[in-house]
Design a protein around this ligand. Structure first.
Ligand SMILES: [Zn+2]
Length: 329
């Protein structure tokens, strides 16, 4: 539990009862980027909560919601400390507007906790981890369906094998007010919430909005969801919103393009599919050959690629199956 000590991140700091807004320069080796941060230091002791958005470009709802939240939070109402980073990956957000960085083509959400001696994106991941994730008592990472991605809203988290941590995390996931909660059966891989979970930080992924849309109502709803999480953590003393019953799911399959070409999907986000069902076709524009894409498992598609052009190896869809009960609980 953090106390009402001075909140320090790099060269930014906030006294107890103060809010500080500014940027920190992250050294990526060949260049530096400015990371925007809002530090809200409460007047009473409580946990330190980290909220990031803009880990990927082209995912606007989280960036919008995090920026609104940073403006709304008042230190006098906060127990503990809240760190809001609305644009965690400025090159991907402002230039590429894609999941990969225009600096080096790397998807930062595959390389956490990063490498301080690596390429620019690996260094950025390491910077975010060292400066923001280390020392946090809870972590919320905001994503959306990208510009070419359909998505139905969900909250994700990873099981770590530590029952106490998993229960805490499942509890946070249920506090967002989004019905569908999907867990992964381990905390492997380079996703920021997975890497943070491996360090023992209760961490959730919140996915809202799709196709690179900007929508004020969705952003406002997400701010409400973040209030729900902060309330659950004891950071905000506010009236509970109406409880949303949670449906538990487990990831069962990712669908990968086996050929480069033109993608003709035959599903929408939220569709239930059966193993072996045709999900779409990839057409080779050179020879006109068609590669059928079949569902590798039965379940519901929570997100998928919508853009016309696709490279071999790209993720076309992700399928989760209904879970009898949430093992985090
Ligand atoms: Zn994302």
């Amino acid at each position: 539990m953090a106390t009402t000590d001075l909140l320090i991140v790099g060269t930014l700091s906030a006294e107890p009862g103060r809010k500080t807004r500014g940027t920190l320069a992250a050294d990526l080796g060949t260049l530096t980027v400015d990371i925007p941060l809002t530090l809200v230091n409460g007047t009473h002791p409580g946990p330190r909560v980290l909220i990031t958005a803009g880990v990927h470009g082209g995912e606007f709802t989280g960036i919008d919601a995090a920026t609104r939240l940073a403006a709304l939070l008042e230190p006098a109402e906060v127990r503990g400390q809240v760190i809001v980073c609305p644009v965690a990956n400025p090159p991907a957000v402002y230039q590429g507007r894609l999941g990969v960085s225009p600096l080096d083509g790397v998807n930062i959400n595959r390389v956490f906790p990063g490498d301080s001696e690596g390429g620019p994106t690996g260094r950025l991941a390491a910077w975010l981890f060292t400066n923001l994730v280390d020392g946090a008592d809870a972590y919320v990472d905001l994503h959306s369906g990208g510009i070419d991605e359909v998505l139905t809203d969900f909250v994700g988290y990873r099981l770590t094998g530590d029952p106490e941590l998993d229960a805490k995390t499942a509890d946070l996931a249920g506090a967002v007010g989004i019905e569908d909660v999907i867990f992964g059966t381990n905390a492997d891989g380079g996703n920021s919430h997975a890497a943070a979970a491996r360090q023992g930080v209760p961490s959730i992924l919140v996915e809202t909005g799709q196709l690179g849309e900007r929508d004020e109502d969705t952003a406002r709803r997400l701010v409400g969801g973040l209030y729900g999480v902060l309330r659950r953590l004891g950071v905000l003393d506010i009236e509970p919103a109406n409880d949303t019953a949670v449906r538990a799911w487990v990831w069962v399959a990712g669908v990968t393009a086996e050929a480069t070409g033109l993608w003709y999907p035959e599903f929408g986000a939220g569709d239930d599919v059966t193993e072996g069902q045709v999900l779409g076709r990839v057409l080779d524009p050179a020879d006109g050959r068609e590669h059928k894409v079949l569902a590798p498992a039965t379940g519901r598609i929570f997100y998928g690629l919508r853009g016309l052009t696709v490279a071999s190896g790209a993720e076309l869809a992700a399928i989760a199956a209904s879970a009898p009960r949430d093992p985090g609980h």
